[in-house]
Design a protein around this ligand. Structure first.
Ligand code: KG4
Ligand code: ZN
Length: 329
């Protein structure tokens, strides 16, 4: 039995998990920093300070809940990028401290790879190669993933990430942060054809959401509050549809171009039910396999990190005291 302790502090979740053999989640404590809500987005400096203040509480809770003696763990895995530098730094230094104190190796983990691993936690053994869409607040990328879990990037956003588009549109509609869940909530029973927001037309497998953001801004400019309140469900349903359509169209065209019939979703936006349902409908119609993570493994959490940490542990992908953080891949 191998137990990995995972640490995730890349953005606004402080999370620590213990996972056995890369599959069995013994504990996964996630503390979301709600303080950013009042600013309409994550404030990096506040995020770092909150991680520093609460990481010990999250750590003790994760250890307690797992029932594992900290001396019995095999390694510590930690996200060291991409993400917010100060936030990543708190997690990395905490990992280095545990590593020195308990004389255990630590494993630096890529944030995006950890998101993709959510599908292993959810489904167990996966079939490869698979086409994975990773859509979050910081990333919107398409990867081909092979059985060694090596990722080949085939497309990415040229401006905003899909989650960022949700967050910025929600801010314009005064729906608070994070925007994805609130837009999704308001869009229930909304008419997706109420207004046609643009879907960027980019030839390759890249994405773009800045045009959508501008069009929502122009659309709202000449609308009064009564109109917006009365039609909120339709407006949110229509703009959610524009984001979901773009994501799905790229997955479909990449799947056809590369002849890959195994699809997967990952990242915070993969919690979106409309996205999950529409891609499920496509995969059933075409006989393709689709992996979607359990909702609790979509947004940032340390179980994904401890899970992929196990895979890297077997390959001895250890870090050292010189290991540092990075903001972008
Ligand atoms: O993966 P994640 O927790 O953090 C990053 O790595 O960025 O993703 C957070 C993003 C936010 O932009 C949030 O609005 C979006 O994921 N999100 C959603 C939903 N839940 C979270 N977007 C659409 N629908 C959701 N249900
Ligand atoms: Zn993330």
């Amino acid at each position: 039995m191998t137990v990995i302790l995972g640490i995730e502090t890349s953005c606004d979740e402080t999370s620590i998990a213990l996972v056995k053999d890369g599959r069995e989640v013994l504990s996964n404590i996630v503390r979301t920093q709600h303080i950013h809500g009042k600013f309409g987005g994550v404030v990096p400096d506040i995020s770092s300070r909150e991680h520093a203040e609460f990481i010990d509480t999250v750590y003790y809770e994760a250890i307690d809940k797992s029932g594992i003696d900290i001396n019995k763990i095999d390694a510590i895995s930690v996200v060291n990028g991409p993400g917010l530098i100060g936030s990543l730094m708190t997690g990395l230094m905490f990992a280095k401290g545990l590593s020195l104190h308990y004389n255990k190796p630590f494993i630096p983990v890529n944030h995006v790879d950890a998101h993709i691993y959510a599908n292993v936690l959810t489904h167990g053994n996966l079939n490869f190669p698979l086409l994975s869409l990773v859509a979050s607040g910081g990333h919107t990328s398409l990867f081909i993933v092979n059985k060694e879990f090596k990722t080949e990037l085939i497309g990415k956003t040229i401006d905003d990430a899909a989650g960022e588009a949700f967050d910025k549109c929600a801010k314009m509609l005064k729906l608070g942060y994070p925007g994805g869940p609130s837009i999704e909530k308001h869009s229930i029973n909304g008419n997706t054809n109420f207004h046609r927001f643009p879907r960027a037309k980019i030839k390759n497998f890249d994405f773009s959401f800045s045009g959508l953001k501008t069009s929502v801004l122009y659309y709202l400019n000449d609308k009064d509050n009564d109109f917006i309140n009365e039609n909120l469900s339709h407006i949110t349903a229509s703009l959610q549809e524009a984001i979901v359509d773009q994501l799905i169209n790229k997955v479909i065209s990449a799947s056809e171009e590369f002849n890959i019939n195994i699809l997967s979703l990952a990242g915070g936006v993969s919690a979106n039910i409309r996205l999950r349902d529409k891609l499920k409908e496509y995969s059933i119609k075409t006989g393709k396999t689709l992996y979607v993570p359990k909702l609790c493994y979509c947004t940032d959490n340390a179980a994904n990190v401890a899970g992929i940490g196990f895979m890297l542990y077997q390959k001895k992908g250890f870090g050292n005291m010189k290991t540092n953080v990075y903001s972008r891949k």
